[in-house]
Design a protein around this ligand. Structure first.
Ligand SMILES: CC(C)(COP(=O)(O)OP(=O)(O)OC[C@H]1O[C@@H](n2cnc3c(N)ncnc32)[C@H](O)[C@@H]1OP(=O)(O)O)[C@@H](O)C(=O)NCCC(=O)NCCS
Length: 194
């Protein structure tokens, strides 16, 4: 496999953000996210992310081409809307790392890159003194009309990585959906002790 997976931090983040934006727009267009991506929104959101102290983008490259990426940052650097449900649930915001997205082009899936994304993000979290990691997944109805017949949820993978859903701990986030308008989506928090 000619793919390399490596963390990028600090001043290097801005160089990989355009590729991350392209990945987010392409990969999140599919079920379950169905995100009708907007380049201007991506630029703003990712610039804020890159400015966060302790942020990491784990980058998968095939040769020089960026084919996947995953993000993480201290929860305390993220918008308070992301922090509040975890703080209410009793998590110490200062000792929790938030994992943003993992996005990998389809042709490179199933080779262990998703595991490497978790390994590097968990290492970054531990380096920054975090005791817990958290991320969100979108909640979709099992009979959602856009669900492909061969869709494989990642829940079992996440459980094998030691994560579990926090019962009743969710948040809401609006985005424009493919073929629809701006819609409110409920997101489930998953966490694990590091
Ligand atoms: C999440 C993602 C990055 C994982 O990438 P990956 O490199 O294929 O993952 P790995 O090869 O490390 O495999 C991870 C697990 O996924 C499972 N898996 C492999 N291929 C799969 C596929 N085509 N579909 C669903 N799950 C698959 C495997 O069972 C594996 O678990 P195991 O090793 O414990 O058996 C990739 O699936 C992706 O980009 N998905 C779309 C975006 C998304 O939903 N991201 C997560 C939320 S932000």
């Amino acid at each position: 496999m000619s793919v390399t997976v490596a963390p990028v931090t600090g001043a290097g983040l801005v160089d990989v953000i355009p590729a991350l934006a392209r990945l987010r727009i392409a990969v999140f267009r599919d079920f379950p996210y169905l995100y009708d991506g907007d380049a201007d929104y991506e630029a703003d959101y990712l610039a804020d992310f890159a400015a966060a102290e302790g942020a990491v983008i784990v980058v998968a490259r095939d040769g020089t081409e960026i084919v996947g990426a995953a993000t993480a940052a201290p929860l305390g650097t993220q918008d308070t809307a992301w922090q509040a449900p975890l703080a209410t649930a009793g998590f110490d915001v200062a000792r929790t790392f938030y994992f943003g997205e993992s996005v990998l082009f389809d042709a490179w899936r199933g080779q262990g890159i998703g595991h490497a994304f978790f390994d590097h993000r968990e290492a970054q979290a531990r380096t920054h003194g975090a005791s817990h990691a958290a991320f969100c997944s979108v909640i979709r109805a099992a009979d959602h009309p856009a669900r492909p017949v061969d869709h494989r949820p990642l829940n079992d993978f996440w459980r094998r990585r030691g994560y579990g859903p926090l019962d009743g701990v969710t948040t809401w986030f609006d985005w424009k959906t493919v073929g629809g308008g701006e819609e409110r989506h409920e997101l489930q928090y998953w966490t694990r002790r590091l």
